[in-house]
Design a protein around this ligand. Structure first.
Ligand SMILES: [Zn+2]
Length: 178
């Protein structure tokens, strides 16, 4: 999960009906502000974008149509989060990377795992850690296992890529220094 900068909606744009935010300018602004990525797992949502309510509205109309409560998510994360993880970090206000660290690891059966750790913060961080754990490592059904495996592979590739990049930068700096 990363920090998301959401622009204010133009004053003449409304979000009073689901059609208003699932299509049209609201949806276009949402996909642009979220860079076409799911705000939870950071995977691209080109083929199955979901408009997600960070705070589940549960009948509260103002939460349902509040522009700042709408974020872009993939089906996998949207289904897992549903209305079960209440009180997660608001990435439009807080940078989650300041409070949560993802690293490579393995479970007790030595299978690859994304280790999600709280580095600082309060309850909202803990709830977000639980959600991210379920998103990356919760493999209750075959479909979830499939999606988790995709996210883990992507995470490992990015993680190893940036580690290699750091190593080569270090090598260049060491060579230049000698
Ligand atoms: Zn996702």
């Amino acid at each position: 999960m990363i920090r998301i900068e959401k622009r204010p909606l133009p004053s003449d744009v409304i979000t009073f009906k689901e059609d208003d935010y699932r299509s049209g300018i609201v949806f276009e602004m949402l996909t642009e502000d979220c860079h076409n990525k799911c705000y939870i797992c950071e995977d691209f949502v080109h083929t199955a974008p979901n408009v997600e309510h960070r705070v589940p509205p549960e009948g509260n109309i103002s939460l349902k149509y509040d522009w700042y409560n709408l974020l872009l998510a993939c089906s996998h994360c949207n289904n897992i989060k549903s209305d079960k993880y209440k009180g997660i970090i608001d990435p439009t206000k807080t940078d989650p990377e300041l409070y949560i660290q993802l690293t490579l690891g393995e479970d007790e059966e030595l299978r690859e795992k994304v280790i999600v750790q709280k580095t600082d913060g309060d309850d909202d961080v803990e709830i977000t850690v639980d959600l991210l754990n379920a998103v990356y490592n919760g493999e209750r059904t075959a479909m979830r296992r499939y999606a988790c495996q995709h996210l883990k592979t992507k995470f490992f590739t990015n993680y190893c890529g940036s580690a290699l990049k750091q190593m080569s930068i270090k090598n260049i700096l060491m060579k230049n220094a000698s």
